[in-house]
Design a protein around this ligand. Structure first.
Ligand code: PLP
Length: 393
């Protein structure tokens, strides 16, 4: 008997047997199906500055429609290097140390593929962004999970130090942190710098929320700490900064030897990133105001959202940065407060009409703390609508 054309006769062994549909897609689909306000997946429901798409159109009309140089359009790399030097005081060489990527996700995967050999250990701090672990596995690395301190989500340096071995190739950190909103302090970054000094451990520093830090805190980029910068791939994303998550453009800043290895993988992975968008971003970056004003923009939304939640029985965790607010639902009167996080989110979406993300989704082996994450990168009217629904709890 022949196999029907829509069935493959070959038995596949999955490279990622534990990966299924992400909770973000599941919750967004459920929100759409039930008409819930979607505070789950992390993306703005408002438009970007109209000047930005205008710049894209101008670049297209000016004929910037063919392959750009492999590492990125020179004007954009120069603008990135200038920004990093101005904000964090580290001079990256635009030609040899900055690479434009198809978003931060590609940047992180490419960095891992570039430096991790089969069997190398890579330390991740949980809870963490969901691509890290599958990326390490694709690179053939061994995932070493270290929990952030439950409740505060501060790094536990004793646990991190205990996880480092002669086989540790890299440590992945993320500040401002998704999902908790915690922002690493200068003493914490110094402690990390001291800990890694004299080791062969590389750092992948996911700083996609670098421009969303509140209450006058600084963003302590790894670029500001010479002994970290020396060993670091620093990753950022224009999607977060300019409200264009669908554009999928980001960058990596790294010392030249690291960048050279990064680009070997990059050129045979995506090769290059969308040309007119790069030209548009380069022109738009000439004015620093949009990213300098971002903390105030999101802090106002955070405060509006927190003020509304203060009238509910949710317990609010600090939100020092990012556009996420985590809450503890243990104190709700509804009997559903006893549900595990994923089921609680399903109930909240279906019955209360607000979608959220369970924190357990950011842990490889699940971890129940009665915590869920809301995204407040939403129009005020969306946040008000969600708050009205949550006020019933
Ligand atoms: C911590 C973190 N890193 C990376 C990314 C991915 O960024 P990009 O959309 O540029 O790939 C996200 C997106 O949500 C994120 O939260």
């Amino acid at each position: 008997m022949t196999t029907p054309a829509n069935q493959t006769p070959i038995a596949l062994v999955s490279r990622l047997p534990h990966v299924g549909t992400t909770v973000f897609s599941t919750m967004s689909a459920l929100a759409a199906e039930t008409g819930a306000v979607n505070l789950g997946q992390g993306f703005p429901d408002f438009g970007c500055d109209p000047a930005l798409p205008r710049q894209v159109a101008l670049a297209m009309e000016a004929g910037f429609n063919q392959y750009p140089p492999m590492p990125g359009v020179p004007a954009l790399r120069a603008a990135i290097a200038h920004k990093v030097q101005t904000l964090y005081g580290h001079a990256y060489h635009a030609d040899q140390e900055i690479t434009v990527t198809a978003g931060a996700t590609q940047a992180i995967l490419t960095a891992l593929l570039a430096v991790v050999h089969p069997g190398d250990e890579v330390v991740v701090l949980e809870p963490c962004y969901d691509s890290y672990v599958p990326n390490i596995e694709l690179a053939g690395g061994v995932v070493v999970r270290v929990p952030l301190t439950p409740g505060t989500f501060r790094p536990d340096f004793d646990l991190i130090a205990a996880a480092l071995t002669p086989r540790t190739r890299a440590l992945l950190i993320n500040s401002p942190h998704n999902p908790s909103g915690a922002v690493w302090t200068e003493p914490e970054m110094r402690r990390l710098e001291n800990m890694l000094r004299g080791t062969e451990v590389l750092l992948i520093s996911d700083e996609v929320y670098e421009h969303m830090v509140f209450d006058g805190r600084p963003h302590c980029s790894a670029a500001r700490f010479p002994d970290l910068a020396r060993r670091a791939f620093i990753v950022s994303s224009f999607g977060k900064t300019y409200h264009v998550t669908g554009w999928k453009v980001g960058y990596v800043a790294a010392p030249r030897a690291l960048t050279a290895e990064f680009r070997k993988v990059h050129q045979f992975n995506v090769f290059t990133v969308n040309t007119p968008v790069q030209h548009a971003l380069a022109a738009y970056m000439a004015d620093p105001a949009p990213y300098l004003e971002l903390p105030a923009f999101y802090q106002r939304k955070r405060d509006l959202f927190r003020a509304g939640l203060a009238h509910t029985r949710f317990r609010l965790l600090p939100s020092e940065g990012t556009y996420f607010q985590c809450v503890d639902y243990s104190g709700l009167l509804a009997p559903e407060h006893q549900l595990p996080e994923a089921e609680f989110c399903q109930w909240l979406t279906r019955e209360v009409g607000v979608a959220a993300i369970p924190l357990s989704a950011f842990y490889g082996h699940g971890f129940e703390q009665n915590l869920v994450r809301f995204c407040f990168a939403k129009q005020d009217s969306t946040l008000q609508n969600a708050l009205e629904r949550l006020a019933r709890l």
